[in-house]
Design a protein. Structure first.
Length: 87
C-alpha cells in the first residue's frame, strides 16, 4: 500500500530522497538522490505501483510509521540522512 496522507496525497519521500541505480521507465540510468522520480505523479503517488515495471528496490521499500507518517518534509529529511550515511 502506498503512503497516503489524510488529504489523499502521497508522501513521495521514498521517490525523491534516495538514489536508485536501477532502470526506471523514463529514467533508464535510475535517479540521483534528491531528484524527483519521473514516475511520481502530481499527488505524490507512484504511477508504477502494482505493476511489474516497478524497480525491485521500490518493491522492497516498506513504509515505516516513524518515517512516513510525520509528513513529507520530515520523511525526506530522514531518508536523505539515511542515504548520506549509507554511501
Amino acid at each position: 500500500m502506498p503512503c497516503v496522507t489524510d488529504n489523499g496525497k502521497g508522501c513521495g519521500a521514498c521517490c525523491i530522497a534516495p538514489s536508485i541505480s536501477s532502470f526506471i521507465p523514463g529514467m533508464p540510468n535510475g535517479k540521483p538522490a534528491g531528484e524527483r522520480c519521473i514516475q511520481l505523479n502530481e499527488s505524490n503517488l507512484c504511477r508504477l505501483f502494482g505493476l511489474p515495471e516497478r524497480p525491485k528496490v521500490c518493491l522492497a521499500f516498506k513504509s515505516d510509521k516513524d518515517i512516513c507518517y510525520s509528513g513529507s518534509a520530515i520523511a525526506i529529511k530522514i531518508l536523505t540522512d539515511l542515504e548520506q550515511i549509507t554511501f
